[in-house]
Design a protein. Structure first.
Length: 165
């Protein structure tokens, strides 16, 4: 493929304080140029706004619009896999043709990422199982103790000892 790819990306971030999320988003965008063959043509980071949701308090959100040029499709894919943009719009070229080795490279990058997610999901499932088993064991131990001991432990845990400095 010889044509450069030009695209608009939207990146979003959520957190607090508002100054921190804006600075973090700007730094994240600046790191895009570390990717081989990628150039930032234009960027605009918007001011953070308070999230209007009763479930979350004091959380802010902001987003950035970034125009990027990449010499390769793999450069664009690296941005997608590593930076997780909220939206992408390819501006040019109108048609993207890939050589078989380029398409293989892109698919292999996708496979590696999927394997990593699968590994994490399996690890978390195993850890969840271990934690649930341990909770049941502890629950069973407490049920087997005489009522007086359970009440005594409960009372002791309610009393807080002052911390020594």
């Amino acid at each position: 493929m010889t044509d450069k790819i030009r695209a608009n990306f939207v990146f979003e971030i959520l957190g607090k304080p508002p100054e921190h999320i804006k600075e973090t988003l700007s730094q994240m965008i600046d790191k895009l140029e570390v990717i081989k063959g990628v150039k930032i043509e234009n960027k605009k980071v918007h001011e953070p706004k308070l999230v209007e949701d009763e479930k979350v308090k004091d959380i802010y959100t902001t987003f950035a619009e970034v125009e990027i040029t990449s010499e390769t499709a793999s450069g664009m894919l690296a941005i997608v896999f590593n930076m997780f943009p909220a939206h992408i719009e390819i501006i040019e070229p109108e048609t993207i043709g890939l050589e078989n080795f380029e398409f293989s490279e892109l698919l292999n990058e996708l496979i590696v990422k999927l394997h990593r997610y699968d590994e994490l999901a399996k690890r978390w499932a195993i850890e969840k199982g271990i934690l649930l088993r341990k909770m049941k064991e502890l629950e069973g131990k407490q049920e087997n103790q005489p009522k007086e001991i359970v009440e005594e432990k409960t009372e002791k845990s309610k009393k807080k000892k002052p911390k020594k400095n």
